[in-house]
Design a protein around this ligand. Structure first.
Ligand code: ADP
Ligand code: MG
Length: 154
C-alpha cells in the first residue's frame, strides 16, 4: 500500500505537517506513531489537535496512558503506551470503548500493545536525522489511510 515521506526541518514544520494531516482525517481513524523518545510524536499530535480547534496545551499521556479531547463532534484520544507493562492492561483501561464511530485515536508506542490493538489506518514512523531534522514516513495500512495519503500528495 501507499507510502509517503516527509523531511521535517524543525518543530514548526512538524506542527504544520500535523495541520495538513488534520485536514484529511475523518473518523473513525487510528494512527500509530512510532519513533524513539524525542522523535516528535507528541509534537505531531499537538499540531493535529491544534488544527482541529484545541486551544490549550497538549499534555504527554506518558503517565495517564490516554488523554481525551472533545473537539466539536470529534472525540480525540491520544495514547502513549510507553509505560504499559503488559498489553493485556489495555483491556483494563477499556481500550475497546475508545473505538467509537466519531473517534480519532493517536497511539504512541503501539509496539507496547502488540496483539491487543486494532490495525491502524495509517502507520507513521518518525526518525531523527539531525538535532532538529526529522524524517516522517507514513504508510497506509487500510484503504482509508491510502485516501489520506492521496489527499496529502495532491
Ligand atoms: P516524542 O513524543 O516522540 O517523545 P516530543 O514531540 O515530545 O517527542 O518531543 C520532541 C522534541 O524534539 C521536542 O522537544 C521538540 O522541540 C524537539 N524537536 C526538534 N526538532 C523537531 C522536529 N523537527 N520535529 C519535532 N520535534 C522537534
Ligand atoms: Mg510523546
Amino acid at each position: 500500500m501507499a507510502i509517503l515521506e516527509f523531511n521535517v526541518a524543525n518543530e514548526g514544520e512538524m506542527l504544520q505537517l500535523g495541520e495538513r494531516l488534520a485536514k484529511e482525517l475523518a473518523p473513525p481513524c487510528i494512527l500509530y506513531l512510532q519513533g524513539n523518545l524525542g522523535a516528535g510524536k507528541t509534537t505531531l499530535v499537538r499540531g493535529i489537535l491544534t488544527a482541529l480547534g484545541h486551544t490549550s496545551n497538549v499534555k504527554s499521556p506518558t503517565y495517564t496512558l490516554v488523554e481525551n479531547y472533545r473537539l466539536g463532534d470529534l472525540a480525540c484520544y491520544h495514547f502513549d503506551l510507553y509505560r504499559l507493562g503488559d498489553p493485556e492492561e489495555l483491556e483494563t483501561i477499556g481500550f475497546r470503548d475508545y473505538l467509537q464511530p466519531n473517534a480519532l485515536c493517536f497511539i504512541e508506542w503501539p509496539e507496547k500493545g502488540r496483539g491487543w490493538l486494532p490495525e491502524p489506518d495509517l502507520f507513521i514512523r518518525l526518525e531523527t536525522t539531525a538535532p532538529d531534522g526529522r524524517k516522517v514516513v507514513c504508510s497506509a495500512k487500510k484503504p482509508a489511510g491510502g485516501r489520506i495519503l492521496q489527499k496529502l500528495k495532491s
